[in-house]
Design a protein around this ligand. Sequence first.
Ligand code: FPP
Length: 232
Amino acid sequence: MDGNGRWARSRGMPRPAGHREGVKAVRRVVEACRKQQIEALTLFAFSSENWRRPKTEVSLLMDLFISTLQKEVDSLHANGVQVRFIGDRTPFSTKLRTLMDNSEIRTQDNPGLRLTIAVNYGGRWDIAQAAREIAARVQASELALDDIDADLLGKQLSLADLPEPDLFIRTGGEQRISNFLLWQLAYTELYFTDTLWPDFDEQSLLEALASFARRQRRFGQTGDQVERIQGA
Ligand code: FPP
């Protein structure tokens, strides 16, 4: 969700105003995904590298996460959204961690959109914690070295129970993955747009979905093979 800072600066406003506007975009996109019956949406709200930002901005973002959760969880729950968080929560305040835990517990049985918010998340961290978990099981003789393959590692990752993402959207003109879902994006279609996150709306999402629909996903096969399977 890139471009909050630039959105604010271009209006002569402080960066926090851009983040507050970014929350409105989150609301719009969650609503649009529900309307499109999208199964899962994962938002990268705070990366493990974002701690390097000025202290005041980090603190503002933490306050914004708290107030957004306090304000939005009732409505998410009422709309059947299942909320969860991925990332290392240990550095967050007790207040924020409690809010995250409570929103997850409250919405865990909801049948609708599976909304994941990545906070203090990094794709490399995720792979490393999976490797550590597997190593511990080998050490405890629960697993043999030969049992370790890509399938097993994938099952230890934070999003193991979700299908791999079909589409990755990055706003704000950046064309990088920046340590997001490194493992899971292997076959994901990538979509980059110059639109700044606070300007991203339902129409922007529909354009991204239309771009996705025009692509042929081959998963290593040839175009002819895919066409034959689709025609069958
Ligand atoms: C990146 O834009 C944005 C962030 C690091 C924060 C994103 C967080 C939100 C939109 C709030 C979401 C809240 C919840 C609870 C999901 P940037 O600051 O890097 O902007 P720039 O590229 O213009 O500098």
